[in-house]
Design a protein around this ligand. Structure first.
Ligand SMILES: NC(=O)c1ccc[n+]([C@@H]2O[C@H](COP(=O)([O-])OP(=O)(O)OC[C@H]3O[C@@H](n4cnc5c(N)ncnc54)[C@H](O)[C@@H]3O)[C@@H](O)[C@H]2O)c1
Length: 398
């Protein structure tokens, strides 16, 4: 167990690292001796230097700026690394950190593929180190309240089914700037994997893991991207329809598309034996506080009211565990969970094994579409089914 302050390194100093930074700053304001960010690393030196300078604005020392993960973790003591690199690098940086004795918090999705995720877990097991996966959405008051309303208050009765669907339109012919996410080998998949992982975590949090998944995944439009002056085309999906049969007996349908011109539509609906929760916010991260809870034959209640009731019902211990220092921002909560796990040598809520299992829901969707059959979820988790992922694993030599 490290003595405080815990030494943290941030790897990958791009978009999400900036968000993590705001959370570290908020935590430091409440617990000034909990941690220090002593190193940051980005393959682009100016990104690392810029992040280090920003940290020095609120921390009493400026972190060292590195460009090589291996050198950083081998030469400088770090108790935890917060890995914010693109998906294809998670297992590379993750294994380097773990082999050097550094615990890891890895941004979602945990590994590029199921195999890549297992490489990280194996490295952690060898060194008996902590792995955490940065799943943030379930930590929000609305999602915690929903879980409580369903499981402790039985507000919709026995959960039965859900329908989560969105149809919208983004003009597919407008060229966009190329980004690693547009490359199947770098991202591991498209939105099913990138944002869909939030949906996957929420569904398993609320209703448990899938037994079986059947999916159709298509690309209707060739999306142009500009990379170094050249136009290249995105091969990611722009439409999916997924049927999920969960081990709990709940059945669900999840679908989203960005190529449905005309009137957009969004439905988020969970039904149980006594009522429903409905919403029209976001099919990846919903339901929102604007959702409505309806018990059959009773007046509709806004979820915001249920959230208040839930927050009031929390014991001091639960409040300290779920919303330490009154934090409600989901990224702050995920980072605090990691720091607390390091400080107390305990398991974070979403550890690497859960990260792998959540990611396997997204992977099972691609696998089902690849073989055009329903796939047993557990066989995707344990790696027996990997037809879709094989090409990605071969590409990176995983
Ligand atoms: N939880 C969320 O809501 C959320 C939101 C956005 C992104 N993310 C996740 O965060 C991760 C990063 O996404 P992003 O949007 O910040 O990407 P980004 O492209 O903005 O930043 C990635 C950074 O990593 C650096 N990098 C790449 N390979 C590296 C290596 N080997 N060593 C050191 N640095 C390296 C790049 O130079 C870049 O600065 C992804 O896993 C993504 O899915 C999560």
């Amino acid at each position: 167990m490290p003595t405080k302050p815990i030494k943290i390194g941030i790897i990958g100093c791009g978009h999400i690292a900036q968000k993590h930074l705001a959370s570290y700053e908020a935590i430091m304001q409440k617990e000034s001796d909990l941690f220090r960010i002593t190193s940051v690393c980005d393959m682009v030196e100016e990104n690392a230097r810029a992040l280090a300078a920003r940290i020095a604005e609120w921390q009493d020392s400026e972190p060292l700026a590195h460009t090589d993960v291996h050198k950083m973790v081998v030469h400088y003591e770090l108790h935890g690394a917060d890995i914010c690199t693109p998906h294809y690098d998670h297992h590379v940086s993750g294994v380097q950190c773990l082999e050097a004795g550094t615990n890891v918090l890895i941004e979602k999705p945990f590994g590029l593929t199921s195999r890549a995720s297992r490489l990280i877990l194996d490295a952690a097991a060898k060194k008996k180190l902590i792995t955490a996966c940065a799943g943030n959405i379930r930590r929000q008051p609305a999602q915690r309240a929903l879980h409580w309303a369903i499981h402790q208050r039985g507000m919709i009765g026995e959960p039965r089914m859900f329908f989560v669907q969105h149809a919208g339109y983004h003009r597919p012919t407008t060229p966009r700037a190329w980004h690693w996410r547009t490359d199947k080998f770098m991202g591991g998949g498209g939105m099913i994997m990138d944002q869909g992982i939030h949906f996957a975590d929420m569904i398993s949090y609320l209703f448990g893991e899938p037994e079986r998944i059947y999916a159709t995944v298509r690309q209707h439009e060739k999306w142009p991207y500009i990379r170094e002056g050249k136009t290249i085309f995105d091969d990611r999906e722009d439409m999916w329809m997924v049927m999920l049969n969960l081990k709990s007996g709940v059945d669900g349908f999840w679908s989203s598309t960005a190529v449905a011109p005309g009137e957009p539509s969004t439905v988020i609906a969970y039904y149980g034996s006594a009522g429903s929760i409905t919403d029209d916010s976001d099919v990846f991260t919903g339901p929102s506080p604007n959702a409505r809870l309806t018990r059959q034959g009773e007046a509709v209640r806004p979820l915001s009211e249920v959230i208040q009731e839930y927050m009031k019902s929390l014991s001091a211990d639960d409040r300290g565990r779920l919303f330490p220092h009154g934090f409600e921002d989901s990224i702050t909560l995920e980072i605090y969970d990691f720091l607390r796990a390091l400080a107390t040598d305990t398991k974070p809520e979403i550890d690497g094994s859960l990260g792998l299992r959540t990611k396997a829901i997204c992977e099972a969707i691609y696998e089902s579409a690849h073989c055009n059959e329903a796939v047993p979820y557990d066989e995707v988790v344990n790696g027996f089914i990997e037809g879709y992922q094989r090409e990605i694993n071969d590409y990176w030599g995983i």
